[in-house]
Design a protein around this ligand. Structure first.
Ligand SMILES: [Zn+2]
Ligand SMILES: [Zn+2]
Length: 276
C-alpha cells in the first residue's frame, strides 16, 4: 500500500536541507501517495533563543505559494499544505492572529511544543541537547509533567489537528523516574485528545535519536490503537532522504497491535483510510 508522510521540513527553517520541491521529488521517488509539507511556522513570538529554528514571517506567504505551485506541477503525488505550529501559552492568541490569513490554505495543522514556560526562565527547550543538564537539575519528572500540562492546554484550544511528537522530552534519553505518575498524566492527555477529537502522529524520527524509539513510545501507540484515536505518519524529515523513514516496518509492527486505518487530511477534513 502506498503510504503518506505528513511531517516534513525544508531548508527554510535553517536546520534542515532541501527545497520544498526536493522533498516532493523524494516522496515521488519512494512512491508515497501523498506528502505533507509542514515546515516550522515562524517562531517570532517565542523567546528570542528559538527564532533561528524557523523561517521568518516574511517567508511564510512565499512558502505557501511555492507549495501551491508544486501542487499544480506534480500530478503523480498528492501534496498537502501544512505547518508545524508551536503552542506556547502566553503567545497563543498572537499565533492565532498570525495564522488567520492562511487557515483556508492548510490541509492540517500540526501542534507541537518545543519550548515550555518555566519560572525564572524565558522558556526551557524541550529537545535540545544543551538543555539536558538544566532539565535534570529542575527534575525530569517535573519537566515531563509540565510538558504534558502544556500539551493538555494545547489540545483544549481546538486550534490544531494533529499532535506532533507526543513524548518529545525523551529525545536525548531523558526518561521519567516515577513512570506510574507520568503514565497517569499521559492517560489524562489521551482522554483530552479523545474528547477534542484530535489526531496523533507516529513520528519515526526518534528512531535515529539517542532514545531510538518512535514518538510516541510503543506503550502509548498501543493505547492509541485501543482507544481508536486517529493516527497519521510522519518522518519529521529534515533532509529529503529521510522521507518515509522506516514507515513499512512501522506499519507491519502496528498492524500486529491492531491498527487498521490511518488518516488523511484535505482542507482540515479528516478521513480514515483502511490499511491494506
Ligand atoms: Zn525542525
Ligand atoms: Zn517538531
Amino acid at each position: 500500500m502506498k503510504l503518506w508522510d505528513y511531517h516534513t521540513h525544508t531548508s527554510l527553517c535553517n536546520h534542515a536541507t532541501g527545497t520544498i520541491e526536493d522533498y516532493v521529488k523524494a516522496a515521488v521517488e519512494v512512491k508515497l501517495a501523498e506528502v505533507g509539507i509542514s515546515d516550522h511556522f515562524p517562531m517570532d513570538l517565542l523567546p528570542e533563543h528559538f527564532h533561528i529554528y524557523a523561517m521568518t514571517l516574511n517567508d511564510f506567504p512565499n512558502y505557501i505559494d511555492e507549495i501551491k505551485r508544486l501542487k499544480l506541477k506534480y500530478n503523480q503525488i498528492q501534496i498537502r499544505i501544512s505547518s508545524e505550529v508551536d503552542y506556547f501559552p502566553e503567545v497563543f492568541d498572537g499565533y492565532k492572529k498570525l495564522l488567520t490569513p492562511y487557515l483556508d490554505d492548510f490541509d492540517y495543522i500540526i501542534g507541537s511544543i518545543h519550548a515550555i514556560p518555566w519560572k525564572n526562565h524565558d522558556a526551557i527547550p524541550v529537545d535540545e541537547l544543551q538543555a539536558v543538564p538544566l532539565i535534570r537539575e529542575l527534575g525530569v519528572d517535573q519537566f515531563y509533567l509540565e510538558y504534558y500540562n502544556n500539551l493538555l492546554r494545547m489540545v483544549k484550544t481546538n486550534f490544531y489537528d494533529v499532535v506532533g511528537h507526543l513524548d518529545l522530552p525523551k529525545k536525548y534519553g531523558l526518561v521519567p523516574y516515577d513512570t506510574d505518575r507520568i503514565w497517569q498524566k499521559v492517560l489524562q492527555l489521551l482522554d483530552q485528545i479523545e474528547s477534542n477529537d484530535l489526531t496523533v502522529e507516529i513520528n519515526t524520527s526518534g528512531l535515529k535519536k539517542r532514545i531510538k524509539q518512535e514518538y510516541p513510545s510503543e506503550d502509548i501507540i498501543k493505547e492509541l490503537i485501543t482507544r481508536k484515536i486517529p493516527i497519521t505518519l510522519g518522518s519529521d524529515a529534515h533532509s529529503p532522504q529521510a522521507i518515509g523513514f522506516r514507515f513499512e516496518e512501522l506499519i507491519t509492527k502496528t498492524k500486529k497491535w491492531g491498527l487498521t486505518e490511518i488518516c488523511q487530511y484535505s482542507k482540515r477534513e479528516r478521513s480514515l483510510v483502511p490499511l491494506k
